[in-house]
Design a protein around this ligand. Sequence first.
Ligand SMILES: NC(=O)C1=CN([C@@H]2O[C@H](COP(=O)(O)OP(=O)(O)OC[C@H]3O[C@@H](n4cnc5c(N)ncnc54)[C@H](O)[C@@H]3O)[C@@H](O)[C@H]2O)C=CC1
Ligand SMILES: CC(C)CC(=O)C(=O)O
Ligand SMILES: [Mg+2]
Length: 352
Amino acid sequence: MKIAVLAGDGIGPEVTREAVGVIERLAIPGLEMTDALVGGVAYKATGHPLPPETLEIARASDGILFGAVGDPDCDSLERHLRPEQAILGLRKALTLFANLRPAKVFAGLEGHSALRPEVAGAIDLVIVRELNGDVYFGEKGFRTAANGDREGYDVMSYSDSEVRRIAHVAFRTAMGRARRLCSVDKANVLETSQLWRDVVIEVAQEYPEVALEHMYVDNAAMQLVRAPGKFDVVLTGNLFGDILSDQASMCVGSIGLLASASLGERETAHGTFGLYEPIHGSAPDIAGKGLANPMATILSAAMLLRHSLGLAAEADRIEAAVAKTLADGILGGDLGGSAGTTEIGDAVLARL
Ligand SMILES: NC(=O)C1=CN([C@@H]2O[C@H](COP(=O)(O)OP(=O)(O)OC[C@H]3O[C@@H](n4cnc5c(N)ncnc54)[C@H](O)[C@@H]3O)[C@@H](O)[C@H]2O)C=CC1
Ligand SMILES: CC(C)CC(=O)C(=O)O
Ligand SMILES: [Mg+2]
């Protein structure tokens, strides 16, 4: 069993260290972890944010534990050399098209949500975000308009096979939960979304037990704070899913709590190959200060064990230890507490 550990930039290494410590404490027989460079740190060392050796180590693993990429020093590089291209490149090169982002309020943290406790307490949803298409991967560039203005453009598109495969993931996810699926789009304005909606309706025929509704993304953003408890599975595209999941994190309490799994269709001897990362970025504003909340990365490690290594009992142990740590009031600054990154990691270890 192999895990590739890609810590990346900013708080990436700080939060990844705690998650690796938790995995090590489980002493899983035959498990190997291999570090590789990614993001700005890889660019500075090798001239590329996703060096070929890193991609090879990632491909050869059963699952990838990813920290975060992004470095203000690299913000003026040509786009293909920027750290963020590493995570986009991994998702695309490894055909990891299904991004699962669960959001659930932890017992005892209802009062730490940006929402009223009674509203927050009902949150138990999963965002199923398409990860290989949309405006993130369309043709992009700069051009000169007829009046001489400089213009930037990014093409948004989805093909029906791209929508179909992510819709199946979302319907299957809903079948394992409360069987309610809300597909979020902007079909009142965008043709990309009209096709999305048409295909989701077609796929729904195969899942008659799932109650399907469609919602425009602007309304979905509003409903996510008005009545988040009404959502079970939210299916959406790359851009809308990116935005709605950061919003969902504050409904739960902090972006430092939300984990994610990015999956494709490749099965290994142990489970489904995937990449696991917190939903947050490299947080340059707090990097190097020991202030980052490592829970999202620790919970991502639990998802890796469950989905890619077939170790559900070990994943449960990690999730229970995280829940106990939070219930015991060991909270970082993001949740109004004073615990630092290593203190939180150590507290999880003590409760494993
Ligand atoms: N998957 C990835 O690697 C991602 C990378 N990025 C990159 O990260 C860099 C920073 O982007 P931002 O928009 O600032 O988003 P961000 O998620 O890094 O930070 C947003 C805010 O949340 C706070 N925050 C994030 N994670 C936290 C944690 N674990 N504990 C406590 N507070 C936390 C930060 O301090 C900051 O105030 C950029 O270069 C961006 O492109 C952004 C999102 C995802
Ligand atoms: C850095 C972006 C490419 C990714 C992002 O914000 C995300 O996946 O949440
Ligand atoms: Mg994001």
